[in-house]
Design a protein. Sequence first.
Lengths: 448, 191
Amino acid sequence: MRKRTSRTELDETALRPVTSSGRGFWLVMLPLGLLVLAALFAWGWQIWQGLGSAGYNDQAFWSIYESNLVTFIGVAYGGAVVSAILRLTRTAWRAPITRLAEATALFSLLVGMMFALVHLGRPERIWELVTRPRLSSPIFWDFVAVTTYLVATVIFLYLPLIPDLAALAGRLPAGSRLVAWYRRLSLDWRALPAQRRLLDGAMAVMAVAIIPMAVSVHSVLAWAFALSGRPGWDSSIFAPYFVVAALYSGVALVILVVAGFRQGYRLHAYIGEDHLIHLAYLMVVLDATYLYFTFADLLGEGFSMNNSVVPVMGQLLTGQYAPSFWIWAVGGGLLPLLLVALPWTRRTWGIVTAAALVVAGMWLKRIVIVLPAAAQPMIAGGWGSFHFTWVSITITVGAAAAIPLLMMGFFRMFPVLSVTEIEELAEEPVVRPRAHAAFGLPQEGDEE
Amino acid sequence: MMRDLLFAAVLGALLALSSPALAAPAAGKLTLQSVAALGQSQPAVQLTARLLGPDGKPVGSQSIEFFVKSDDFGGVQVSLGTVPTDTGGQAKLLYMPRWTGTLAFTAHLIGDGTLAAPPATSSYLAAAAVPAYHMAPAPLSALRFGVAWAVEALAVAVWVMLAAVLIRVVRGLPRLARETEASSHIEGVSG
């Protein structure tokens, strides 16, 4: 069991990144910043040279950036929904990880939204979605759903921050320039019962609202594919398939973020291995569901022997995309399931490995969803092919680096732990079910 | 060494001349005609390609591929299908126009390599077309833009809800603090 800590220790741990940043912080921020700068340079180069420099062509018109958009927005969905479900079910172990999950949602969503611009090739044309909307296009509704979800994610992150901002304003030196901002943003929070009721009510509304919002975002994203009528995308289960994929990869990213910040910010006293195990259980349930959906999708499309669908299935299962598909199936589907299912690998290292495999594997899966169907000739000519170039790879790697960079920057200004929530939940009695012992989870009295 | 190379070159030339497959194909003539097809339930064009040999006689058992030019995606020749010529040298294909206006058809001789002929073209003015897509059946077809407006109303409602939550918190928390402060001040004065 994690040792019980005092309020002072909790404050110190949560506020340490705000008040001081060690050399380790800058040693991580520097390479991440360089990768993001390289990505910005590559994007500038792409705008200058055209989308061809990213490997795009007439017969591979949707490829890596569309896969990145689905991947990054998907993981955003996972972070928000995990936090919302844990709040709504009043799960006792949620407190130390909800802030990290909510921040993961916000920053991966921001990075994911950028890929809509990168994918456009002519980013200045994004305004035409507003000035010349086409109501029958899923792309327009995708834009509406994602922007709505962004606003909801910001509010969902901000509301639980209010009590911590008030605490932060009281603990920082009076001369600090951030104090005035914290006071303004904390909305005169004094932890009054009436204030608590108002804030809890607003947070409950947001937790309920953000789940259907997140479902709508990924459903609309799926319909941008499914309603195109292209073989390989024209599937009736695409919307729930995408939603489960988003949750699956999102929970995996939350595990990586929680494990990374636990190690880097020395949060072991508040985030234990049991937190990772709980999240890993959620991940494997979604893993099994996603494998089932994949089977159902392939069976429905492949078994019909439709002339237009079978070539896409062939490319995916035995053709040029087969290595990527089977690497995902084993590395991103079965292996994480085993790593969490087996007791001797159900440890921090095993869970982090499983989560990393899921995040990488699900990116690969999005590639094999997008590319074969887009590359199939619908009118004339042979199969198209997409080639990865330094431009598309640099932008993708830079975008992945931007998430931890933005999160570390954010937690340089705001507490990494939800201090007030941890305190409140610490006062409630902890009841560990017998199932804990049956599944080998840490018990009261166990030392980590 | 030189003698071996010379020998190989002569042998190769003799083989090439003696092989019919490597010999130059004979010049044939391909024509294409497009007329309205009669007796069809939907608008259709009867495409008839006719292949003649160098001697002017019809040539059978040669494959002819038909194309129509589409202006979509920068202008491409869309393959309509491949038909072998009959004993009269004719290959026929029934095509239902997908759009109205002037349609440009082309017939290419694929054949077996013994005969070559330049592609033949023909144009046809289609007054009616068979749409490539079919409207969804009722009640889906009745929804159409009604759905778009309903979804738009839903999106507006969500934005209003988000604004309401935020405004309630932003205005409510300081108000509650002020009220508590005021009541404690009154209690202090009266006490």
